[in-house]
Design a protein around this ligand. Structure first.
Ligand code: BTN
Length: 325
């Protein structure tokens, strides 16, 4: 995690919005010596940031590198707490595991764990999540809502809405949600969400929201078995996408929706989710552990459970399933 001096320096540059700040002013606002300021600026330069220095004027942050680093994410964040504490790794087995340990050790709400690569990325239903280096967003975010445990799945749906909004904002591509939490572009999966819960005596201690977004992979970066079912944002727009900006946007939308949820409840989130959902009103097949059901997807209830009307007019409550549309 970054030092407070570094964090304050980035805040000062962000507030200066591309204008020069004198070394003295930087040292005063940050609360350190001018030598320390200079040392941190050298570190930023080594990371690829272009920091201009002009005598009598001071320093100005000119260029941002198009890389995924802790500083790059932090600089453009427009949130109050989601993503304000970042744990960045070059490689991890899974961000879920690290986030879980941090949450157990008291990490604050909004703490974000992100890795440039996962060697043992996990998906829903104990599947593997392919997370090659330098291509995607593999992140886990800790939240601590004071809600009854049975409402926790609502946060998965909320995250799916936030991810749709972030992707649409950064790419202009239309994204839809396949219940419960797969994001699809033209029928192919681009993002998956895995939420895990820590509870004690029926009280939620934390929810770890794991989000995987295929961003800059090309077809050959995917294993053969995924070629017909997965895609990346870059493949859809034929361009490279700035991953740090996408993370910032994800944090922004997540925080906005989460605040709405905490003040107004699930109803506004449910409406948004349904507006992006692919399957509502359509004939679908749900393969659950207890059997396979076919029918019309009516929508979701307050708990985020999928309601499926079978041909005999019965309403099945689907808690966990693979859906075919
Ligand atoms: C799914 O669709 O099955 C969910 C995929 C979730 C993948 C993300 S990537 C970041 C976090 N770490 C993991 O190991 N999994 C989640």
């Amino acid at each position: 995690m970054k030092s407070t001096v570094r964090q304050n320096l980035l805040d000062a540059f962000r507030n200066a919005a591309g204008e020069f700040i004198s070394g003295e002013k930087l040292a005063n606002t940050i609360g350190c010596s001018r030598t320390a300021v200079w040392k941190h600026i050298e570190e930023l330069r080594n990371e690829g940031f272009e920091v201009e220095a002009i005598r009598k004027k001071g320093y100005r942050l000119a260029e941002h590198p198009n890389t995924l680093t802790e500083n790059e994410i932090y600089l453009g964040l427009q949130t109050k707490y989601i993503g304000k504490t970042i744990h960045f790794y070059e490689s991890l087995p899974s961000t879920q595991q690290v986030a879980k340990e941090l949450a157990l050790n008291g990490a604050t709400e909004g703490t974000l764990v992100i890795s440039d690569e996962q060697t043992l990325g996990r998906g829903r239903l104990a599947r593997a999540w392919h997370s090659p280096k330098g291509t995607g967003i593999w992140t886990s975010i800790i939240i601590r809502p004071k809600i009854p445990i049975q409402q926790a799945p609502q946060l998965t749906l909320l995250t799916a809405v936030a991810a749709v909004q972030a992707i649409e904002e950064q790419t202009d591509i239309d994204v839809s949600i396949k219940w419960p939490n797969d994001l699809l572009i033209n029928g192919k999966k681009v993002c998956g969400i895995l939420t895990e819960l820590q509870a004690e005596e029926n009280q939620i201690q934390s929810i770890i929201i794991g989000i995987g977004i295929n961003v800059n992979q090309q077809l050959t970066d995917f294993p053969e078995e995924l070629h017909s079912i997965a895609t990346s944002l870059s493949m859809e727009v034929n361009d490279k996408i700035n991953r740090a900006k996408l993370v910032q946007s994800l944090c922004f939308h997540l925080e906005k929706l989460y605040e709405t949820y905490l003040t107004l409840g699930f109803q506004p989130i449910k409406l948004l989710w349904e507006s992006y959902a692919l399957s509502i009103g359509k004939q679908i097949t749900a393969r659950t552990l207890n059997g396979t059901y076919s029918g019309i997807a009516l929508g979701i209830n307050e708990q985020g459970v999928l309601l499926l009307e079978t041909s005999d007019g019965k309403i099945q409550h689907i808690y966990s399933a693979d859906i075919e549309i």
